[in-house]
Each structure stands twice: as structure tokens, then as C-alpha cells.
Design a protein around this ligand. Structure first.
Ligand code: GLP
Length: 240
């Protein structure tokens, strides 16, 4: 694990954008998994600014969705696909046809998950996976307890995740209770993982992630065993 600690969120966003831009410059059709959530938004804004200045070309990128609520269609404001499209896909000018999506409908969900994992495999795995850190150590919606080899699948959200997601949508009553997530196995096999963590409320779970026991009860602790992980945290989140 490589650890980078920045002074504040703005510096974190610039450092994260630099890491992502380097991957894109080295491989224009890189397979990139992009999280939603609050933390990576500054990174995406910086990348969009670079694209607007003609400093970045993401037109050939292959983008993979990290997670989705089950039963929430793309036109719903809570759609995580919609959030990813607004914050990353459109501002970077990547065609939506180049996005490998997760299913939102319960109908045929299992088959869609298998198709997603097949697409990841065909791409040779993610070149870069950009992940946020859940309050309970979830990555995507790989909720504890989680097997390191778990595939892409549907899961029931834990109370901790419903509460943390409430801030996105205006209350726990607006957070769906079921979700689909890219598998822990697919995340762990990424060629490079960028975990972005900001704020004092993430300090305890970040400590467990980087130096706690490796356990299914803290899915992010498996990152200690993954290749090429960069933990990018601001000082508020860093457990010093
Ligand atoms: C959410 C999402 C994750 C996200 C994480 C951290 O529940 N399922 O994909 O990365 O929690 O979110 P945030 O960056 O808002 O703290």
C-alpha cells in the first residue's frame, strides 16, 4: 500500500486527478471503475476542468459502474448511474456507449451480474479502480461480512450504509434497502486501486483499513493484500 496524505480536500482532489490523468495518458482506452459518493467529486471536477482546457482526452476510456440501487431506474435522481453520468461520463466527454453498467432492475439481475463480470474479464480487469470508503469498510456496496472472492451481486444494505447514504438523498426513508455492487473479487484484481478518503469521520475506519486485522468484517481491510493500492487521504481522515 502506498499512502499519500494531503493537507486538505482540495489537495486530495488535485492529487487524485493527477493519478487518474496519468493512467489515461498512458492508455487512452483504459478500463476505469469510478465510484460515486461525495469524496471523488473534487477529482472528477478537476479532470473535467482539464478536459475543458484541452489537457485531457477521455473519449476512448472504458468506464465501469461500481454500484447501483436495486429498483431505482436511471431517470430517478437517486440513480447511481445517473450520478456517475452527471459527474464523470458527460463532463469528460466519454460516450455513454463506453460505459459498462450494472443492472438496476430485479428482473434478470443475476444474469446481468454475470455479464458484468464477463465484461470485466474481457477488458483484462480494471486498469484503475477509484473507490471511496464506506463507514463500515464497505467498498462499492460490498457490505460486511464480505468474502474477498465475492463476485458482482445483489446485497441488502446494512443500517450503517443506509444512514451514510441518507445524506445524498434527504433522509433514510429515501435510501433503497437493496443494491448491486461490483464484486470484491473484481475490485481486488484491479491493476491499480485508488482509495480516496476525506474527513475526520473516516479516521477510525481508515485506521482499520490500513493497519487493522484483515477480516470479512471490514471488507476494505482486504486492500492490504491487493497489488498496487494507493490510499489518498486528507489530514483530517488520516489516523495519526
Ligand atoms: C457509499 C457508496 C460507495 C462510496 C462510499 C463512500 O455508500 N456505496 O460507492 O464510495 O459509500 O462515500 P462517500 O465518498 O460519500 O463518503
Amino acid at each position: 500500500m502506498k499512502l499519500i496524505v494531503t493537507d486538505d480536500y482540495e489537495a486530495l482532489s488535485l492529487a487524485g486527478a493527477e493519478i487518474m490523468a496519468e493512467v489515461m495518458a498512458a492508455k487512452s482506452d483504459a478500463a476505469v471503475l469510478v465510484a460515486t459518493g461525495d469524496t471523488p467529486m473534487g477529482i472528477y471536477r478537476e479532470l473535467a476542468a482539464r478536459r475543458a482546457q484541452g489537457r485531457l482526452d477521455a473519449s476512448r476510456l472504458r468506464i465501469f459502474q461500481l454500484d447501483e440501487y436495486v429498483g431505482v431506474p436511471p431517470q430517478d435522481e437517486r440513480s447511481l448511474y445517473g450520478w456517475m453520468a452527471r459527474s464523470f461520463v458527460h463532463p469528460l466527454g466519454t460516450p455513454e456507449a463506453s460505459v459498462v453498467r450494472l443492472p438496476w432492475s430485479a428482473n434478470g439481475l443475476e444474469a446481468s451480474c454475470r455479464a458484468y463480470d464477463q465484461a470485466v474479464q474481457s477488458a483484462g480487469g480494471f486498469d484503475l479502480a477509484v473507490l471511496g470508503l464506506g463507514p463500515n469498510g464497505h467498498l462499492g456496496f460490498n457490505e460486511p461480512p464480505c468474502d474477498a472472492h465475492a463476485p458482482t451481486r445483489a446485497i441488502d444494505l446494512t443500517e450503517a450504509s443506509i444512514e451514510s447514504n441518507a445524506s445524498y438523498w434527504g433522509g433514510t426513508h429515501r435510501v433503497p434497502h437493496r443494491a448491486v455492487t461490483a464484486g470484491m473479487a473484481q475490485l481486488m484484481a484491479a491493476h491499480e486501486i485508488l482509495l480516496v478518503v476525506s474527513g475526520a469521520h473516516k479516521r477510525d475506519i481508515l485506521r482499520l483499513t490500513v493497519s487493522g486485522p484483515i477480516t470479512p468484517d471490514v471488507p476494505s481491510s482486504f486492500l492490504q493484500q491487493a497489488a498496487n493500492v494507493i490510499v489518498l487521504a486528507d489530514r483530517a481522515a488520516w489516523p495519526s
